[in-house]
Every structure is written in structure tokens, then in C-alpha cells.
Design a protein around this ligand. Structure first.
Ligand SMILES: *Cc1c(COP(=O)(O)O)cnc(C)c1O
Length: 358
């Protein structure tokens, strides 16, 4: 198969090989060493300060989103949430579920955040800001610099869900005053789903320390304490953590986070350039590097998604909701190459000949 969805994505040969091994026992120094390496490399790749910490939760990305809301936010907070799609809505739902007072910035599908929109909330006693920096459902990549500046000026605690954009778009925790970064194993980390990651800056660690978390499994204090010896409170997805270790070390060897971002960005640009001659359209002018939302001018998006899958074994991401029959998404994360882009473009050209893409 050739997988252009936004996750789970294609994994490299070396990551897949680890998946075929027996799962090793983990309460030992060998596994602790792996976890310490994972923590260090994660911190390096998001430019976290030395006194930051990282926790690895066995659960999908939403587990890290929920654990963050439960451990870092509290009853004294008033949270501002950017809601421009399915993942923004998830943060709203999580805050409501956990009784965290919140206001949402409700954006239209495909709309970016602006100076004017943020200005309305200046001086409104907002204490924390939640944003899915790439709203994967609409493919919008919000203006992180703008958000970072707004939070710095208003002394607001900033939480960034970078699940789909970590390793695809740059992010600098120290310089951009980001207090929490969330990511997951099945997006640009290109491992199987099952592990989500939270990087906590010094202010976030203080918040966790002073918070009473009413959950055993999602208690970040417990995870941080165990992490001091390279361990987790409960049995983690050991194999995926080993795969993450392999992947992080490979990225480091190939030039680090900047060169990985460059690689993904050139795949995205190549794809966007090559569809220019096809009856397909890119409407969003604020895309990140992870994913492209593609509109069909005269054809049915679902028919294209399904024909690619059944006739060519190429998988792209269908879209839900109102745009479902007009738009599909093409991911640029995972073990993909420029040659793979060409295979997808060739398939589009055949669909055009067959009268399916028109
Ligand atoms: C994929 C994704 C998530 C996590 O979804 P899970 O299905 O729980 O892994 C969260 N936020 C964003 C922006 C995502 O792209």
C-alpha cells in the first residue's frame, strides 16, 4: 500500500522490523536508558529548556490532550480555545467535561486566527490558551507567532497540540513561550499508534505539582516521578517506545529536526506544485507542511478516495462533515518520497482519463 493519510502513516523499514520482534521485559536499566534518550531527544526537537520534562502516555493523542487538561488546568483558570474544526471542538468538550471554565474562538472552516480576533480577548483575564496548531480536520496551520506574542503580552499559559505538526513545522518552546507541547506516535513520528507525548516546561511542571488530579492512570505527577528513573507507573506500549527511540535517533543522525522539517516541506511543496495542472484546487492559504486539503472542481471526492484505494492501493484521507464530498486530504508525513508523490499524480492522471476526475 501507499499511504498518504494523516495517520497512522507509513513507517520506515527499521521501525517496522522492531514491530516484528518479541516484546522485551522493561523494568530494567536497558529500558530506562531508552526512555531517557526518548526524553532528551524530544526536548531537543521542540527546543525545550533543560528543566523541562517529557511524559509518554500509553494511549492515542487524545489521552495526552485529556491528561493535560486534567493535570495542568484547574478551577481558577479561564481558558481560551481556538475551535476551527474537530480537534478544537475536542478541547472544548474536554474542558467542559472536566469543569474548566472556557471561551471558544469559533472559526469558520478553513479560517486562520488573526490579530483582530485575538485583540478582542486582550485584558479579559484569560489564564490559559489551547490550540491545535495544525487543525488536521481542515488542514489550517494557525499563526503560531501571533498566538505566542498574544500569550506573552497577556501573560497567558500556552498549550499547543502539535500532534500532526511536530517534525513538520518548526516550533520552539523556549523562544515562543510555549508551556506544553503535545504530540503522538502515529503522525510525523511515523510509528504505530499507541503512545502520546507531553512536553512540560517549568511553569507547566509547577502547575502539575499544585494540582490534585482525580485519576490514577492520567496522573502526571505519578508519571513524572517514575520518569525520574526512566520508567512509567504501569506497563507501557514497550514496542512503540522502542520504535520511537529508533525513529528519534534516525532523525538525529540525518541532521535533526530542521532537516526532517525541510524534507517534509519539500514533499508538500512538490505535491502542491504537481497538482496545479489537474482539475483539483487548494483553497486554504494557511496550510502547514503536514497535510494538503484538496478540493475537487467537478468530481466527487469520495469516489476519488475510493477508486484510489481499490484500484491503485493508494490511500488518501477522506473528509467528514459538509465538505466530505468536495474535499479530501493528502498527508506528507511518514515514510514517503518524491517518487511516491509521482505515483499519486500518475494515478490522478489515469482517473482523469477514465473520466472520474473531471
Ligand atoms: C491526530 C490528532 C489528534 C489525536 O487523535 P487520536 O485519534 O486521539 O490520536 C489530536 N489532535 C490533532 C491536531 C491531531 O491531528
Amino acid at each position: 500500500m501507499l499511504n498518504f493519510t494523516v495517520g497512522p502513516v507509513m513507517s520506515s523499514e527499521s521501525v517496522r522490523e522492531i514491530g516484528g520482534e518479541q516484546t522485551p521485559y522493561f523494568r530494567n536499566d536497558e529500558f530506562s536508558k531508552v526512555m531517557f534518550e526518548n526524553e532528551e531527544l524530544m526536548k531537543e526537537f521542540v527546543y525545550a529548556s533543560d528543566d523541562s520534562r517529557v511524559v509518554f502516555i500509553t494511549g492515542s493523542g487524545t489521552a495526552a490532550m485529556e491528561a493535560t487538561v486534567m493535570n495542568v488546568l484547574g478551577e481558577k483558570d479561564k481558558v481560551l480555545i481556538v475551535n476551527g474544526g474537530g480537534f478544537g471542538q475536542r478541547f472544548v468538550d474536554l474542558c467542559n467535561l472536566h469543569n474548566i471554565s472556557n471561551e471558544e474562538i469559533k472559526l469558520d472552516f478553513g479560517q486562520n486566527i488573526t490579530h483582530e480576533i485575538l485583540d478582542e480577548y486582550s485584558g479579559k483575564e484569560i489564564t490559559a490558551f489551547l490550540v491545535n496548531i495544525c487543525e488536521t480536520s481542515s488542514c489550517v496551520y494557525y499563526d503560531l507567532e501571533l498566538i505566542s506574542k498574544f500569550c506573552r503580552e497577556n501573560n497567558i499559559f500556552l498549550i499547543v497540540d502539535a500532534i500532526s505538526s511536530f517534525l513538520a513545522n518548526p516550533l520552539n518552546m523556549e523562544e515562543q513561550n510555549i508551556d506544553v507541547v503535545i504530540t503522538g506516535s502515529q503522525k510525523a513520528l511515523a510509528c504505530p499508534p499507541g503512545i502520546s507525548v507531553i512536553v512540560l516546561g517549568p511553569n507547566a511542571l509547577k502547575r502539575v505539582e499544585n494540582n490534585q488530579c482525580k485519576s490514577m492512570y492520567f496522573d502526571l505527577k505519578d508519571m513524572l516521578k517514575n520518569g525520574e528513573r526512566g520508567q512509567t507507573p504501569f506497563t507501557p506500549a514497550v514496542t512503540i517506545l522502542l520504535q520511537i527511540n529508533q525513529r528519534l535517533k534516525e532523525i538525529k543522525k540525518q541532521g535533526g529536526v530542521e532537516s526532517e522539517i525541510k524534507r517534509i516541506s519539500s514533499l508538500a511543496n512538490d505535491f502542491r506544485m504537481k497538482i496545479e495542472d489537474l482539475p483539483l484546487e487548494i483553497k486554504c492559504n494557511c496550510l502547514g507542511n503536514s497535510v494538503t486539503g484538496v478540493y475537487c472542481i467537478n468530481s466527487d471526492a469520495n469516489e476519488i478516495v475510493n477508486t484510489l484505494k481499490f484500484d491503485y492501493n493508494i490511500w488518501v484521507n477522506p473528509n467528514g462533515g459538509e465538505v466530505g464530498n468536495k474535499m479530501f486530504r493528502v498527508g506528507h508525513i511518514g515514510d514517503l518520497t518524491l517518487k511516491d508523490n509521482d505515483k499519486l499524480i500518475d494515478a490522478f492522471k489515469e482517473l482523469e482519463k477514465r473520466g472520474i476526475l473531471k
